[in-house]
Design a protein. Structure first.
Length: 400
């Protein structure tokens, strides 16, 4: 049995701080607005939808108590609708799609909604604590270090300079600005306040006036942390072949902290016929892959190789790639490792320009990919993200 993606919808992304446009919008509302938009767009028979699977990384406060079920309850889809919230860190939104696809392919479910949500202005990253980084008894044996230090370590090991990272970030901003000007983000919906008034229609972080020189003037974000807190020493102890870590990442060439939500409607062929929708894509393969917790951000390439093998495909069979820009070095290392040209990767910009609402990003990338495959009349695409703690996730789709 096949799993089809019938549609994908995401909110505009708002800056994830006290000055961001969406700070007054709860994460429940962000997710619910996606559900409402999906229902209204297709006059969807909501009784056919069985479950909502949402990724959310920081599951406390506004995002606690199973936000997927909370959104399902608020959605007016009906009391029958269940909800479950999962956390695979930055890969959560894509993991939700993969789990929903697995349910459909197994025959356990007919029609599901999968995606993610994160309000980083209201629920601060890391506010849920956890032993992975907080407990020395857990962190020290694995040489676990903060993600920013890991990103700088990757740059040092594989030869990426500050100039390389800044030039990549500049391209991300220019591509996102061009996509915005050309109205390419078809899966995006505006976010409304409690009165139904639009408060954000476009992604708030895109900076069309970015220059490489301006990026070059920003101070590295992780130098003091690496040197004063000793994390550089931990990294170099694990990778003694690296002589020194040059801290190249900063706010301008790392993913922007933002708020947002995204969902995808996933079902089998019979479900699509029942609700009267034609599928936009079919899920061909999905994979996860673990890496060590020191160089934790290199998982996208091995995860993608695993998915390609599962699908019986090669990298040349993929028309477009969406690689989450957690830090500039992540897609740069992916392209270097897998041997993929930049003109196939993040053609409408990425998280450096658009932002990375942790639990939602994977689903957002899927919607962007489907939109762009349709725009270019191309067939196959791959979404992949690095994941904290040392993981990678990848999903391959084919247009129907």
């Amino acid at each position: 049995m096949e799993a089809y993606i019938y549609d994908a919808i995401r909110t505009a992304r708002g800056k994830g701080n006290k000055k961001g446009a969406l700070i007054g919008v709860t994460p429940t509302s962000l997710a619910t607005q996606c559900l409402t938009a999906l229902r209204d767009k297709h006059n969807l028979d909501t009784e056919q939808v069985e479950d909502v699977i949402l990724g959310c990384v920081t599951q406390v406060a506004d995002q606690g108590a199973n936000i997927a079920k909370t959104a399902a309850q608020q959605s007016q889809y009906g009391d029958h609708l269940c909800g479950v919230t999962l956390n695979r860190f930055c890969g959560s939104g894509l993991e939700a799609i993969n789990q929903a696809s697995a349910y459909v392919k197994s025959g356990f479910s007919q029609l599901l909604i999968a995606g993610g949500v994160e309000s980083m202005s209201r629920v601060s990253m890391g506010s849920d604590g956890g032993a992975l980084m907080m407990d020395p008894a857990v962190a020290l044996p694995g040489h676990a270090i903060p993600q920013g230090i890991s990103a700088d370590l990757i740059a040092a090991k594989y030869g990426f300079s500050r100039q390389d990272a800044d030039e990549f970030a500049y391209i991300s901003q220019m591509r996102a600005a061009a996509a915005e000007a050309d109205n390419r983000f078809k899966s995006r919906i505006p976010v409304r306040d409690i009165n139904g008034q639009i408060i954000l229609a476009k992604d708030e972080n895109v900076r069309a006036n970015t220059t490489v020189d301006a990026l070059g003037s920003l101070n590295p974000s992780f130098a003091m942390m690496g040197q004063m807190a000793g994390f550089d020493s931990v990294a170099l102890d694990r990778y003694p072949e690296v002589e020194k870590i040059e801290h190249i990442h900063h706010a301008g060439n790392s993913s922007a902290i933002v708020d947002g939500a995204a969902i995808a409607l996933i079902g089998n062929k019979a479900a699509g016929e029942t609700i009267g929708l034609k599928p936009r894509a079919i899920v061909r393969a999905a994979a996860v892959y673990g890496t060590d917790p020191t160089m934790m951000l290199v998982g996208p390439a091995p995860a993608s190789r695993k998915a390609l093998k599962q699908a019986g495909m090669t990298k040349e069979d993929i028309d477009l790639y969406e690689v989450n820009e957690a830090f500039a070095v992540v897609p740069m290392r992916f392209m270097q490792d897998l041997g993929v040209p930049h003109d196939k990767v993040n053609v409408n910009g990425g998280a450096i320009a658009l932002g990375h609402p942790l639990g939602a990003t994977g689903c957002m990338l899927m919607g962007t990919l489907i939109d762009e495959l349709e725009r270019q009349n191309k067939t196959t695409g791959l979404v992949t993200l690095c994941i904290g703690g040392g993981m990678g996730i990848a999903t391959i789709i084919e247009r129907v």
